[in-house]
Each structure stands twice: as structure tokens, then as C-alpha cells.
Design a protein. Structure first.
Length: 91
């Protein structure tokens, strides 16, 4: 019998409540991203905003919509958000 997994919350107000402790208790960008990934989410830069997305790349909402704007998180972690560098294929 297949294992059924509940759908991920996708509305900002639901996510804000569900992920509040993850955002509040994290002390590094990497720590927050690891925690979010265990729940099926990740942080992405989208349209000039730091956003919450799904593991498969869909953007859900800006982190400011969750009560955690980029400036607040940068201060909390003492550093700007660093995106992984893209690796170019060898020539």
C-alpha cells in the first residue's frame, strides 16, 4: 500500500505559523536552509526578493510575507544571503 504524504502548506499565513520557529531559531543561512529543506522548502532569490520556494523550484512567496524580510534575516545571521555559484560545464 503506498504511503500518503500530506501536501505542503502553500499559503503565506499558514506557512508563517508553521515555519515561525525554524526562522526564529536559526542562527545561520545554511542552518535555516537545511531545516527548510527537511520540510520540502528552500530559500531562493526571485524578482529581487528573498523568497520561499519548494524543493522542485516553485516560488511560493517572499519571506517578508512570512514576517521575515531579507533585512531582518541578514541582521539575524550577521551576513547577506549567498547564493550558490553556478558551476560551468568544462569546455
Amino acid at each position: 500500500m503506498p504511503v500518503l504524504t500530506p501536501p505542503l502548506p502553500m499559503k503565506a499565513h499558514t506557512l508563517a505559523a508553521w515555519l515561525h520557529h525554524d526562522f526564529a531559531r536559526s542562527d545561520t543561512w545554511d542552518g535555516l536552509r537545511k531545516t527548510l529543506r527537511t520540510r520540502g522548502y528552500d530559500l531562493v532569490l526571485h524578482g529581487g526578493n528573498l523568497s520561499l520556494g519548494t524543493a522542485d523550484g516553485r516560488v511560493i512567496c517572499a519571506t517578508k510575507d512570512l514576517g521575515y524580510p531579507y533585512v531582518r534575516l541578514s541582521r539575524q545571521f550577521g551576513a547577506p544571503f549567498a547564493t550558490p555559484r553556478k558551476i560551468r560545464p568544462p569546455r
